[in-house]
Design a protein around this ligand. Sequence first.
Ligand SMILES: C[S@@+](CC[C@H](N)C(=O)[O-])C[C@H]1O[C@@H](n2cnc3c(N)ncnc32)[C@H](O)[C@@H]1O
Length: 258
Amino acid sequence: MRDFATPRDITRMEDCYFYHTMDLPGIGRIEGDWNLLPNITEYLGHVSFDGKRVLDVGCGAGALTFYMEQHGASVVSYDLDKTGDWDMVPYVKWEQRLNVEADRKTIIDRLNNAYWLSHKAFNSKAKVVYGSVYDMPDLIGAVDIAVYGSVLLHLRDPFLALQNGLRFVRDTVIVADLAGDSETSRPYLGFLPDAKTLEPKDTWWNLRPQWVVRAIGVLGFEDTEIIIHTQQYKGQTVYLYTVVGKRTHGQVIPANPR
Ligand SMILES: C[S@@+](CC[C@H](N)C(=O)[O-])C[C@H]1O[C@@H](n2cnc3c(N)ncnc32)[C@H](O)[C@@H]1O
């Protein structure tokens, strides 16, 4: 049976991969590809976390987890560990695929390490569960808020990922993703993989915010708001959206929190 993860004692930066810029107490600023720090309130939909139990789906090195915890949340962080599989696009013509899948496990392990090093620096009480987003265990228990930060575009089945996680959510879901360059306001899920270029390799969807609104509506979250904002990626300004959905129908499926 799965359980909360045992904390890792990570002290060496070279064992870590930081995807986000983070300001670690006692260590200082660690630069990552993404810097969400200047606009993190927009990224998280201006939602208040004070006194809330939150599930951070696809937590990475914990940039959102530790921010939400510092703003009063009790957080369960969820991500893959090296025993899990990222949904790489299975191009038949891609000869290096198996090697890259093995490399990806190393990256995930280093990302997990970065989380634990940060966890210690923040003196965090956040709990961690490792596993696939398609198989989130009951031990997570009921939460007030679930955050899906830039994870759905990387998943072969983003609806199943929402369906799995939203069964734990009493009140609010926050979904942030790339706004992309499409002007359509239709609930569109654009298929990105192209066998001619063999790109992208770890991303599946141009996922319109209206698709998110429809998907979470099906799952009982019909009171929605879409926020457009900019974030910094490798020094460039990138447009993203955040959908905040409030539960209007249904309830948490009973689980067994610990
Ligand atoms: C692009 S990062 C997003 C990090 C952060 N949540 C944010 O908002 O920037 C995607 C995260 O989702 C995780 N992830 C990808 N596929 C997953 C899966 N099938 N199950 C669980 N987590 C997954 C990755 O390991 C990674 O930490």
